[in-house]
Design a protein. Structure first.
Length: 424
């Protein structure tokens, strides 16, 4: 893409027309096919081992974290996928490359949200809806308790299903009543059993029809006894038939009076089954549609930047710098990302031998030469990216062999015209 015009000019075009070029690239038939396949396979990836066996799906997932070159490191991938990223001793936290931590966090079962309950309650409902499922799963009792009815109503059914059984009791009666039928229907049996009696009674009769057999049988006898006549009266014949004999035995006259004769007959014939602890919701690695969307978008961005870099050396790193530099808040963070460090070094005019210096000397030099706070300024980031590709082009023009391989503006035809010797 944009071949033959030099990296500085290509970067300028990418800055002006980046969204159009990226959309056109993502619309390519091969990219669309890969994205469609990932969405199709997502529900079939039941655990980390299934993901590791599906090489095409794994390839796209790793591309979204720019880890595609690590696809054959199965032992490393397995450990990062299965270890708790909140554990300082986990492999992801011991690896210097921050991409591994991002990968581990995306697939973690739970990630705590370091936000005070009061601050969480003040967060716009639209922002709460943007939280990843593992962030929702990481909310504690007090955080769930702080969520408003508006915030809870804004959650997707998948997010509601991610609330832990330890935290779901934090919802008050108004919160439960505000849940939609789709959200109620998404509750795992273990979540239903974790509800307090007054929470069970707070479910709107119009929404209780969303509960299925497994959810209804997860109710304890005490929870069944807390059901209101209005709730029981709103249940379908299939729902009433789901009750066990032990559950049916706790219903009082007021509750039974809300049922038709047919439904009461079903309760009298209800089977007595052993009371088993319901299993929690099974979390599929790619079961979160929002995560799949982010993977597709990030993978296409990575592919786009890689394609740009193949046409103009240095352009991939420059585009990555433009996109990611604003997230850097310290020299140590900059140095942990090899691509960001490479662009910063080039933009600052530091020689390639700089990478051979001891870590402390590199850190101190960068601290003197670069004000990290300026990376929050998109204009400063753009200037650094332009300086980086400009110095690459200058270095390529000064080195005929580098120019031959795309590092400069001349290339093979110009070298041949000047009769430059390629013998080494």
């Amino acid at each position: 893409m944009l071949a033959g015009i030099g990296a500085p000019a290509a970067l300028a075009i990418a800055e002006r027309q980046g969204e159009t070029l990226r959309a056109r690239f993502a619309a390519r038939r091969d990219n669309q096919a890969d994205a469609a396949r990932l969405r199709e396979q997502a529900g079939r990836i039941t655990d980390a081992e299934a993901l590791l066996r599906d090489r095409r799906t794994l390839q796209l997932v790793l591309e979204s974290f720019q880890l595609e070159s690590e696809i054959d490191k199965r032992v490393t991938l397995r450990r990062v996928l299965t270890e708790d990223p909140s554990d300082p001793a986990s492999l992801a936290n011991r690896l210097a490359d921050p991409r591994w931590r991002a990968f581990a966090n995306a697939f973690a079962e739970r990630r705590s949200l370091d936000v005070a309950p009061a601050a969480l309650a003040a967060t716009p409902a639209a922002d709460i809806r943007k939280l990843e499922r593992n962030r929702i799963a990481g909310l504690d009792f007090l955080q769930v308790q702080a969520l408003t009815a508006e915030q809870l109503a804004a959650l997707s059914p998948a997010q509601v299903a991610a609330i832990s059984t330890d935290a779901i009791g934090g919802m008050d009666a108004a919160d439960v009543a505000a849940l939609t039928a789709e959200q109620i229907g998404a509750l795992a049996p273990a979540q239903v059993r974790a509800l307090f009696l007054w929470q069970v009674a707070a479910i709107e009769p119009a929404d209780i029809g969303a509960l299925g057999t497994a959810q209804l049988r997860a109710l304890t006898r005490e929870q069944v006894g807390a059901l209101t006549p209005a709730q029981l009266g709103a249940m379908s014949t299939e729902q009433v038939a789901a009750f066990t004999g032990a559950q049916a035995g706790v219903l009082d006259d007021a509750q039974l009076g809300a049922l038709s004769a047919e439904k009461r007959a079903l309760l009298r014939a209800a089977p007595f089954l052993p009371d088993e602890e319901p299993a929690g919701a099974r979390r599929l690695p790619l079961g979160d549609a929002a995560l799949v969307d982010r993977i597709v978008e990030a993978a296409m961005t990575n592919r786009f930047e890689k394609a740009m870099g193949e046409a103009s050396p240095g352009l991939r790193e420059a585009l990555y710098f433009r996109r990611m530099a604003g997230q850097v808040t310290s020299i140590a963070q900059l140095m942990s990302d090899r691509a960001l460090l490479t662009v910063a070094r080039g933009a600052l005019g530091l020689p390639a031998s700089f990478a051979m210096l001891p870590f402390e000397q590199q850190r101190d030099t960068l601290a003197r030469r670069l004000d990290v706070a300026k990376l929050q300024d998109p204009r400063e980031v753009a200037r650094m990216a332009q300086r980086y590709v400009a110095q690459l082009q200058q270095a390529g023009a000064a080195n005929p062999v580098l120019s031959l391989f795309g590092g400069g503006a001349e290339g093979l035809p110009a070298l041949a015209a000047r009769r430059v010797s390629l013998s080494l």
